[in-house]
Write a protein that binds this ligand. Structure first.
Ligand code: GLN
Length: 189
């Protein structure tokens, strides 16, 4: 059966994820309010890049927060990219907020500073090989618990990781034509 993936669509770069999913023959549903989650069956969810502070606030305002967090804790597969990584992190070194806080990673926001706001790199990704990586005011993972599997590192910083049903990338896989990171996530689903 065709899989259906929810894409959190309250802010940020959500549309590009739907395009990548479509190329992989996967349905997507934009999640904008609680009923989008409660009235539809989804096999997984993507938390896109954008502004984590804004998204975190909107998750509460739109009453999405508790249901989404519970679903992830109960095992709903989730891919968090860039700001989505920050939303999932249990600790953010340079932000007092914790958002969904379900993944045992310590994230650093805007970790590459303002000068190096955006850059591209090719990096090794576990089980895939070289992957093009687009970073935009990106976080990285400063440290991770033992139960977290590191999937990619750039300059000794973790930029992709996985823990149980949760997967995160610092970079934006949806901004490249390479579909391998989405495919990797769909294998979790
Ligand atoms: N800098 C953003 C934040 O802290 C993340 C940037 C992005 O998602 N491209 O939330």
């Amino acid at each position: 059966m065709k899989k259906t993936i929810g894409v959190l669509a309250v802010q940020g770069a959500f549309a590009e994820h739907a395009v990548s999913l479509k190329k992989l023959n996967v349905n997507s549903i934009e999640i904008r309010q609680k009923s989008d989650l409660t009235n539809n069956h989804i096999d997984g969810i993507i938390l896109p890049g954008g502004e984590s502070t804004v998204m975190g606030k909107l998750l509460h305002e739109l009453k999405l927060f508790d249901f989404l967090r519970d679903s992830i804790v109960k095992g709903l597969p989730v891919l968090g990219t860039c700001a989505g990584l920050i939303l999932l992190a249990k600790t953010i070194v340079n932000d007092q907020n914790v958002y969904l806080g379900t993944m045992d990673i310590v994230a650093k926001r805007n970790a590459y500073g303002r000068q190096l706001g955006s850059f591209q790199a090719d990096g090794e990704f576990a089980d895939i090989g070289e992957v093009p990586m687009t970073f935009i005011r990106a976080p990285y993972i400063e440290s991770a618990s033992k139960n977290v599997k590191v999937l990619a590192q750039i300059d000794n910083h973790i930029v992709a990781a996985k823990q149980d049903n949760m997967m995160v990338t610092s970079f934006h896989p949806e901004l490249s034509s390479d579909l391998s990171v989405h495919r990797f996530f769909l294998d979790l689903v």
